[in-house]
Design a protein. Structure first.
Length: 295
């Protein structure tokens, strides 16, 4: 008698494959701050060097919603709250011979929903020192405004009459950073109405911060008679940013030549070291404080 032994192998679930392609979400119609009942439209873009064809998954507050096209249109409503927000994300997916392949989810885009009468529309990203601040005090149903007041940290900084909802502050400095809001006044059927917005944080950054020098002397990768000078700086220029050069000093005398790298190898000797970051195209430079090195 011949017996046959049949072994059944149960395949374990295969984890979904994630590709290097990335998803990005942007608001294409409407605003990132909307009144309850208003619509907003978003578009999901897939960055893919292979130019593959993708389907789309959408998520609201981390839960998938029934939508699979490149764009999403939402009408956002509050239920009993004065304000609220929705965190939206998207993700690319495509079917292949080995199963579905997914992109990483896009960074979330927060849509703030306001149940009041006024919204201050301000930049979502930091503003640089020297740039202008453009904001809009938007009022529900867009009535004709006869006065708009802009506040920073609760203090009025600008009053505008009969010039519409847009406000402009030229040449910001670091002291202009703060929490901004607006109050708008308008007339309707012989009565005057007024609404004040929620606060919006406006961040102001220096184009070039003061460098910080670090002396790295104890490192197994360095030769015994050498040490490494590292010049750390935050450079916030808009793309395409002009190149930045670094200079290194010992006892206020320059060591070596200018370099596009933020570090330099020098002889391991005691002294007062410093560095300078310079953007020649902008005529901008800043010097670090001195750092003393002793054996």
């Amino acid at each position: 008698m011949i017996s046959f032994l049949v072994v059944v192998l149960l395949a374990s679930p295969v984890a979904p494959s994630v590709t290097s392609a990335s998803a990005r979400l942007e608001v294409t119609s409407g605003h990132s701050r909307v009144f309850s009942g208003e619509q907003v439209q978003l578009r999901c873009s897939i960055t893919d060097s292979h130019k593959s064809t993708w389907d789309y998954l959408w998520f609201k507050d981390s839960k998938q919603i029934p939508q699979n096209s490149e764009t999403l249109t939402l009408t956002l409503r509050l239920r009993g709250n004065i304000t609220g927000s929705e965190a939206l994300q998207c993700q690319g997916v495509r079917d292949t011979a080995v199963g579905n392949i997914f992109t990483v989810k896009s960074p979330p885009v927060d849509i703030n929903v306001d149940g009041g009468w006024a919204i201050l529309e301000a930049p979502l990203h930091p503003v640089l020192v020297g740039e202008a601040l453009n904001v809009t005090c938007r009022v529900r149903d867009s009535p004709r405004l006869h006065e708009v007041i802009l506040y920073k940290d609760g203090v009025a900084v600008m009053t505008q009459s009969d010039f519409g909802p847009r406000l402009y502050l030229p040449r910001l400095n670091l002291e202009d950073q703060g929490l901004y809001s607006c109050r708008a006044s308008w007339d309707n059927h012989g009565r005057t109405y007024s609404g004040i917005s929620a606060g919006v944080q406006v961040q102001v950054l220096e184009l070039l911060t003061q460098p910080v020098l670090e002396v790295v002397a104890d490192n197994d990768l360095l030769e015994v008679d050498l040490m490494k000078l590292v010049c750390s700086v935050q450079y916030n220029a808009r793309a395409p940013a002009p190149p930045i050069n670094y200079y290194f000093y010992k006892n206020n005398k320059r060591v070596g030549t200018a370099t596009s790298e933020n570090f330099n190898l020098v002889k391991r000797t005691p002294g007062l070291y410093s560095c300078k970051a310079k953007v020649p195209h902008l005529g901008l430079s800043k010097l670090s404080e001195g750092e003393t090195f002793e054996e």
